[in-house]
Structures are given as C-alpha cells and as structure tokens.
Ligand binder design. Structure first.
Ligand code: XMP
Length: 510
C-alpha cells in the first residue's frame, strides 16, 4: 500500500483517490506520524502532501527524515517538495504572493514520472503555493520548470525521491493521473490490485472471521451506505445479521419502503420494519426549532433502536456505514493538534448498548461504495439515491410539523423526484427536493382568490456537500415541476426556486 503523509492540504484526499483509481490501495496519515510507525505499516511507497504552512515558520509541520530511509520511493508534492528542499540541503525562496491556478510546465530530462508524456510542448499543471525551491538539494536534478519556477520538479533517481511543485492530484493538471501512475508503476513497480471485487471478497471473509457465530445488529436507513453494509454482512453471516428499519414518520413517500421491499425480495435478510411514526410525531408536536427537531428525532431513534435490539436477545456487534472521509484524522497545519472526527449515525449507541462496532466501509470513499454496490448487483435506484438527512422531512417542513403539512410536502416532493428522474437530471444533481414554507400567499384560481402554501425547490450541484450551487435546470423542467405541483397538490398555489449557493446559505433550509 501507499502511505500518504498529510501536511494539511485541502486536496490530500484527492491524492488517495487518484492512487486508488490507479488500482493501488492508499491511506492518509497525519504528518505527526513517525517514520517508525510508517515502517510498521509496510508501505510500498510514500507520498508527502501539500499544505498551507511555510517551511521553517513557527509551528510548521516538519519532515521526519526517516521517511526517506524506508527503502521505498517517495513522491513529494508542493509543501512536501519544500520540506525536501529545506531538509536535504537545498535552498528555498519565500514569496509574499501565492501562485494559484494554471501554469505551463516544461518537462526536462529523462524522468520516469514523464513516461509517455509528450515533452515537445509544455503541459498544463495546477499550482497553489507561496514558497518555492530555488536550488535543489545535492543529488537532485531539475526535471521541470515554468515561467515563474526554475525548479518546478526535481528528481533523485538513485534514491528514488521525486518532487513536484504543482498538484498532480487535481483534475486541472492535464497529465496528473499519468504522472501518479508513472510513480506507482514505473518508479515503485507496484501492481494494480485494488479493485472493488477484491474488496468485497476480503470484507466478507474478514467479517465472517470477526463475527464468528455471534450476532450483529444494523440500522438500515434506506441510503446506499447502510444498504451496502447490510448486504455485505448478510453475505458474510447470513441470518445472524439483524437489520432494523425504523420508520420515524418523516420519511419521503415510499422512501425506505422501496429499499426494504427490494432487500426482502432479493436477499433473505432478517429485517424488521418498525412502525414508530406516531411516537416520533407526538414528540415533534408543536416544535418549531430545527435543532430541537434534530435532537428529538436523534434520541427517539436511539430509544426505539435500543428497545428493538434488546428484544433480539444477545447481540455483540453494531454495524455502521462509516466511510473513509469520516475516519481520516484531520490535521491543523499549526502542528500536532490532530483531531479525530467522530461520526456516529446512531450517536452514542455503541457505548450505551455495550456493542462492538463493525464498519466494513471505513476504508472507502463514496464513489468506491457505489462501485461496491454495483459489484453486489444492487439496482441504480439504490446506488444513485440522493443523500437524505437523518431528521428527514422534519427539517423540510419549516416551522411546525403536522400530518397535513407533511402530506403536502410529500406530494410535492414526489413530483420533484419523478420529474428529475424522467428528465435525466436526477443523476446530474447532488440533491433535489421540495421545502414547505411556513407562510401562505395570495393567488387566483378560476374566478376566486386563493390563500395557500408556498413550496420552495432546492436543487443543487455539489461534490461533497461542503459547498454547493443551485442547479441550472432548464426552464422548461422548472416550469413542468411548478405547474404539476400547483395543479396536483391541493393547498399549494405558489412554487419558488432557491438560487442561493452554499456558503453562505446551506443546502437544507433548517
Ligand atoms: P447543509 O444543510 O448543512 O447540508 O448544507 C449538508 C448535507 O448534510 C445533510 N444534512 C443532514 N444529514 N442529519 C443528516 O444526516 C442532519 O441533521 C443533516 N442536516 C443536513 C444535507 O441533506 C446535505 O446533504
């Protein structure tokens, strides 16, 4: 495997993804990891990431030189390159202004990183740096330059240490994927053996061994992550997996039920559908504050799940769909104050119930989970399902939640889903849904004045939900959604389109 040392760059995760896309397993570790710890991981290669700090500045992350003595090839990117320059006897130059964006790289010398790339013309790369290497350390040859950088890439073939000032991991670097592949396959001589079918095989085998003849409980939400967890575990331990689906009364029309029906039909899963709608809705009565709604739904879920799990008798494990981005320790470039992000879809449950966790997806990125779902033969409607928040429609009925208002939202939302699907836009957008606003407005219908509800459409593009922008849908599609909602959903006389980006807005309205 390839170990990526994270110096705090925003795009470190992309390095891991590019390496995996090339078919090699990779892991990210924070820069406070020591060379001895890395040696124990038996890496086949090491990649040093970029980072926002300035080498030599107080609190800036430093290089454990032992990383260069593991006997494996090293690729250093951006800040990583500056660390090499500084630590191996080269010279750095600091600059006041950052160079940010595209740049044209002239490839020099006979460097294995450039294998198969046309050297007769510059290639477009993407830069984001302040400092730079002015003079390479002894033993290094300059293998690339740009108009602003005399040393844009350097190589020490004898020690198999390579460094680039630009970011090969971002898509804007034209030959980025090839440069990373060249490092993996031509320099480190690795084999491409990280595939999702090998993952599925290994995960099933490992879980079967871990669980033995004991029992596992799993909360099924209807989303892709928990569905994939359930199917994998079912393959590993069969009936000793107990799935619990809790209907909290704030699900979409048929959401969940579809997945449950599918799983029941195609897999002989042990699956309990818990009808707890009344219990949730009673507690939500009269509550308007979004955080309060979240809390009520969160703890009521735990109560219900706990009761159901206890009713199963003896269970040892709780399965969760934690993904790799939730596991990666994020580093502050201000030093070793590494914090571990914790992620509990069923917050507090494992502690409360004294269960051991099983997280088969904790090595995977979302796109890899989709591939696993494909390997398992799951249908597109599960693989491509939009994210749906735990508190569900409770945070999309703005203000008070009543059966009547939920009903209006469900009907309007169903039309949004159907139209996105039939127009082919469902797969192109990150999320699309309806929101019921807490106000009424005036309209005319026939000869009469109406005074009814407003539905807002929230349809966004995003890659990770951290930032988002409103989707530029064709106006004919918006028109169709609007007229269908107003004609078909009783009680709605106006539809508006949310054209705010995140930040400063958020994807959800509450
Ligand atoms: P925001 O509204 O923060 O949403 O831009 C970002 C992403 O998170 C989802 N979301 C939630 N998911 N529990 C969840 O499980 C929540 O309380 C919650 N709030 C927002 C939202 O749908 C979007 O995908």
């Amino acid at each position: 495997k390839v170990i990526i040392i994270d110096y705090g760059s925003q795009v470190t995760q992309l390095i891991a993804r590019r390496v995996r896309e090339a078919g090699v397993y990779s892991e990210i570790h924070p820069c406070i990891v020591t060379a001895d710890q890395v040696r124990a991981m038996k890496p086949a290669a090491v990649i040093l990431s970029g980072g926002p700090a300035s080498v030599g500045e107080a609190d800036a992350p430093t290089l454990d030189k032992g990383l260069l003595e593991l006997g494996v090839p090293v690729l250093a990117i951006c800040y990583g390159m500056q660390l090499l320059g500084h630590n191996l006897g080269g010279q750095l130059a600091t600059s006041e202004t950052r160079e940010y964006g595209p740049s044209d790289l002239t490839l020099m010398g006979d460097c294995p990183l450039w294998d198969g790339i046309d050297k007769s013309a510059p290639t477009r790369v993407w830069m984001s740096h302040g400092d730079k290497v002015k003079t390479p350390p002894p033993g290094f040859a300059v293998v690339g330059r740009t108009a602003t950088l005399d040393v844009a890439a350097m190589a020490d073939d004898a020690r198999r240490i390579y460094a680039v000032q630009f970011h090969p991991e971002v898509h804007h670097t034209e030959e980025g994927a090839r440069i990373i592949s060249n490092f993996l396959f031509h320099v480190a001589k690795l084999k491409a053996d990280w595939t999702m079918s090998s993952f599925v095989e290994r995960a099933i085998k490992e879980m079967a061994e871990t669980v033995g003849d004991r029992h596992v409980v799993c909360a099924l939400s209807g989303g892709i992550d928990s569905t994939v967890v359930a199917v994998l575990l079912h393959k590993a331990i069969g009936k000793r997996l107990h799935c619990i689906f809790v209907d909290n009364g704030v699900l979409r029309l048929n959401e969940g039920q579809e997945v449950v029906d599918y799983l029941r039909e195609h897999f002989d899963l042990n699956l309990k559908y818990v009808q707890a709608q009344r219990r949730f809705l009673d507690k939500l009565e009269g509550v308007e504050d979004p955080e309060q709604k979240r809390k009520i739904i969160g703890y009521t879920f735990i109560e219900v799940f706990d009761e159901e799990a206890k009713a199963l008798g003896h269970v040892d494990f709780l399965a969760q769909g934690t993904l790799y981005p939730d596991v990666i320790e994020s580093v502050s470039h201000k030093g070793p104050s590494a914090v571990i992000k914790s992620h509990h879809n069923v917050g507090g449950l494992p502690e409360k119930m004294n269960l051991k966790l099983i997280e088969p997806l904790r090595e995977l990125f979302k796109d890899e989970v989709r591939k696993v779902a494909g390997e398992l033969g799951l249908p597109d409607f599960i693989i491509w399902r939009h994210p749906f928040p735990g508190p569900g429609l409770a945070i999309r009925v703005i203000g008070e939640i009543t059966e009547e208002r939920l009903d209006i939202l469900r009907k309007a939302d169903k039309i949004v889903q159907a139209e996105l699907m039939s127009s082919g836009w469902y797969r192109k957008v990150w999320q699309g849904f309806a929101v019921l606003l807490p106000l009424k407005t005036v309209g005319v219908m026939g000869d009469g004045r109406t005074y009814e509800h407003v539905i807002a459409l929230r349809i966004v593009d995003s890659v990770d939900a951290m930032t988002a922008d409103w989707a530029r849908l064709p106006s004919e599609l918006l028109e169709r959604i609007s007229s269908r909602i107003i004609n078909e959903v009783k009680g709605v006389n106006r539809v508006v389109y949310d054209i705010s980006s995140k930040p400063p807005s958020t994807i959800e309205w509450e």
